[in-house]
Every structure is written in structure tokens, then in C-alpha cells.
Design a binder for this molecule. Structure first.
Ligand SMILES: CC(C)(COP(=O)(O)OP(=O)(O)OC[C@H]1O[C@@H](n2cnc3c(N)ncnc32)[C@H](O)[C@@H]1OP(=O)(O)O)[C@@H](O)C(=O)NCCC(=O)NCCS
Length: 176
């Protein structure tokens, strides 16, 4: 994700979350935060501005990868694009030798939970009233260990996704 992507990202955020991040928050994550890695999935056409279809972020701190956000533009959901973002983030966590990855999701967010469970995340706790705007609990999900066995499984899943649609994975291709 670059500063040029921020207007599109902030727009998708505003129609995806009850408490969206501001454009300034995204600029901080890109320019200032040392631990934050932000990624986008863009559709490219010659001579046109890249179209952001999905994006996500992760904080990498002391062996922990914390997925901070993931969203797909509502018009592009159900096509594997959110999964491609998660694949990019998990590839980063593996490549940087994170010990584990965590995230929070609304307990009613069955779509996101199914996506994370697909990649091996387990429910390890409930954070009461974590989403104050929606008055809803979060499920805390945890993925570990990111060992060789997981990496082999992960690369197989990434290959299966790449067979569904062509995308250049500039984030975690170094894992090959
Ligand atoms: C959650 C979200 C990012 C998923 O993105 P997406 O691009 O629509 O998802 P994908 O098409 O990549 O699907 C990946 C997996 O998610 C799950 N999934 C996707 N759509 C689903 C649906 N309608 N019902 C149940 N599970 C679904 C499945 O496990 C799917 O894997 P499969 O294709 O093998 O079944 C998207 O719905 C979104 O932006 N939601 C609003 C923001 C949000 O809630 N973000 C998550 C915060 S924790």
C-alpha cells in the first residue's frame, strides 16, 4: 500500500466498518509506524490508475504478527480477493519468522471467521464489548506454529488460490 492508494482504501474502509480508520490513520501506518505492514490487491489496466479491490495490514512486533485490518470492496467480495490479502499477510509473517499470528473478529462475522479458520486460526478467547460502536464481543483468533509443516500447507493453499485467478504476489513470493 502506498499513499496513492489511501483515498480508495479509506473509501472501502468507510463502507465496510462501523468504526472506519481515517485516511490519516492509513497514512500513519504507511509512513510512520515502524511495525506496520500494509498491503493492497490492485487490478491494473494499461494507462489507468490501479483499482484497489482489497487490502489489509499487520503489525509485526517481537515475534507477533497481529492482523490489524482486512477488507474487500463490496463489489468484489466472494472472488478470493480477501483470501489473497490474508495470504500476503501470512506470507510476510512466515518470511519474517513470526512465532504466531493473532487477530480479533466480531463474533457475528461468520465470513471473516471462515476465512481465518480456513488458514488454521483457532478461537482462543473472547474480548467482551471489543467493538463498542456495535456493542459486540470479539473472538480472539490465533495461528501457531508457523513451522515448516504449516509453511508447506500454506504454500499449497496459495498455489490453489493462484490457480483461481492470476495475481502477482509481490509480498510473499520470496518464500518460494
Ligand atoms: C471478510 C472479507 C474480507 C472476505 O473477503 P472476500 O474477498 O469476500 O473473501 P474471499 O472471496 O477471498 O473468500 C475467502 C474465504 O472466506 C470465506 N467466505 C467468503 N465469503 C463467504 C460467505 N459468503 N459465507 C461464508 N464464508 C465465506 C470462505 O472461507 C472463503 O473461502 P472459500 O472460497 O474456499 O469458501 C469481506 O467479506 C469483507 O471485506 N468484509 C467486511 C470487512 C470485514 O469484516 N473484515 C474482516 C475484519 S476481521
Amino acid at each position: 500500500m502506498t499513499i496513492a492508494d489511501v483515498p480508495q482504501v479509506a473509501y472501502i474502509d468507510s463502507i465496510s466498518f462501523a468504526a472506519p480508520w481515517s485516511a490519516q490513520a492509513y497514512e500513519f501506518e504507511i509512513n510512520e509506524s515502524k511495525s506496520s505492514k500494509m498491503v493492497v490487491l490492485v487490478q491494473t489496466s494499461p494507462g489507468q490508475q490501479d483499482l484497489v479491490v482489497a487490502y489489509g495490514g499487520m503489525w509485526l512486533i517481537a515475534g507477533e504478527g497481529h492482523i490489524s485490518t482486512v477488507a474487500t470492496h463490496p463489489s468484489w467480495r466472494g472472488k478470493g480477493y480477501g483470501e489473497a490479502v490474508v495470504v500476503g499477510l501470512l506470507g510476510l509473517a512466515i518470511a519474517t519468522h513470526a512465532d504466531y499470528v493473532v487477530l480479533e473478529a466480531r463474533v457475528s462475522n461468520t465470513v471473516a471467521i471462515a476465512l481465518y479458520e480456513k488458514y488454521g486460526f483457532r478461537h482462543v478467547g473472547i474480548r467482551k464489548q471489543y467493538y463498542r460502536e456495535e456493542n459486540e464481543d470479539a473472538t480472539l483468533m490465533h495461528l501457531a506454529p508457523l513451522d515448516e509443516a504449516y509453511t508447506v500447507k500454506f504454500l499449497g493453499m496459495r498455489k490453489a488460490l493462484e490457480a483461481r485467478f492470476a495475481f502477482n504476489n509481490l509480498v510473499s513470493e520470496a518464500l518460494e
